[in-house]
Design a protein around this ligand. Structure first.
Ligand code: 13P
Ligand code: SF4
Length: 303
């Protein structure tokens, strides 16, 4: 079969190049299937920082490959689709963040990893959805600036006694899930639990039995006694959820929960990237060094 041949070719190229294939939990099924490691943003950052491969093939979106390049400067980081971006990450720029910091002198900036390297470089500490509450509560300050996700910011603020200055960014994919759609599904499936990502609108999070990162969702769904679970995050998560829990039914909360950027990377793109060793994602040293400091501070906080 065509797909099997492609997968075999990719596996051979990975070993020839001493490369590791990392894939985010939202990637297409066939990409997750062939990856050396799948994970959430935090898990993939940890792996990118400690792998001894010469090459990291990052199947995800641009900011994730950038984080790998920041953390592993000696390695080649390939992003098979350079056009796989994140609209939320593009909602904040370093210049605009510097201007906001000037309005609040001395207030630390906590930056969600869904952001550019340049934005991380002018931040104090990064966070992911898996550790945002811990990161914020680890700071001694009474006030924080949280960028760029206003929804994750509000989720964390509800679990902290600090005063937040939010950036008005959001994930267009998660924002498309409306509370009315969740209410409707809940009334059609009264025996189902509802779990969602904190990138969802606060009105959606308010309806959830639990809100967590994508890998957190695997753990929660595995442990949950519920036989039916409504899922409020990007559709790619269903691949492993169904595989790991054949006895449970998962209902995607909305057909609109598809991130077009996360769906770009195909097996052909991965093969071509390994053949040409392009496109490479790299970060200039003057940005990489301060950005690494913000990521390292985050990674020092136990998961
Ligand atoms: P996590 O996998 O870290 O929960 O992130 C979700 C996401 O939107 C990545 O783009
Ligand atoms: Fe960005 Fe949302 Fe897509 Fe994640 S799911 S890459 S936050 S647009």
């Amino acid at each position: 079969m065509m797909e099997d041949r492609l997968k075999q070719q990719i596996r051979e190229l990975l070993s020839e190049r001493n490369a590791v294939l990392l894939a985010h939990n939202y990637m297409r099924d066939e990409v997750q299937e062939i990856a050396d490691l799948t994970g959430d943003s935090l898990g993939l950052s940890i792996e990118a920082a400690r792998t001894d491969a010469d090459v990291i093939v990052f199947c995800g979106v641009h900011f994730m490959a950038e984080s790998a390049a920041i953390l592993s400067p000696g390695k080649k980081v390939l992003l098979p689709r350079l056009d796989a971006g994140c609209p939320m990450a593009d909602m904040v720029t370093a210049d605009k963040l510097v201007a906001l910091k000037a309005e609040h002198p001395g207030v630390p900036v906590v930056t969600y990893v869904n952001s550019s390297a340049a934005v991380k470089a002018v931040s104090d500490i990064c966070c992911t959805s898996a550790n945002a509450v811990k990161v914020v509560n680890s700071l001694p300050d009474k006030e924080i600036i949280f960028v760029p996700d206003r929804n994750l910011g509000k989720f964390v603020a509800a679990r902290s006694d600090k005063n937040f200055y939010y950036w008005d960014g959001y994930c267009p994919t998660h924002e498309r899930l409306r509370p009315e759609a969740v209410q409707k599904l809940k009334s059609e499936h009264p025996d189902a639990l509802f779990v969602c990502h904190p990138e969802c609108n606060p009105a959606v999070v308010a309806l959830a039995d639990h809100a967590c990162s994508t890998s957190g969702m695997y753990e929660w769904c595995r442990k949950s006694p519920a036989k039916k679970i409504i899922i409020g995050t990007e559709a790619g998560i269903l691949y492993k959820l169904k595989q790991d829990n054949p006895d449970k039914e998962f209902i995607l909360a909305s057909p609109a929960l598809v991130c077009p950027n996360m769906k770009l990377t195909s097996l052909e793109d991965i093969r071509d990237a390994l053949l040409s060793m392009k496109p490479i994602v790299s970060v200039p040293e003057e940005i990489r060094v301060p950005a690494k400091q913000a990521l390292d501070r985050m990674l020092a906080i136990p998961r």
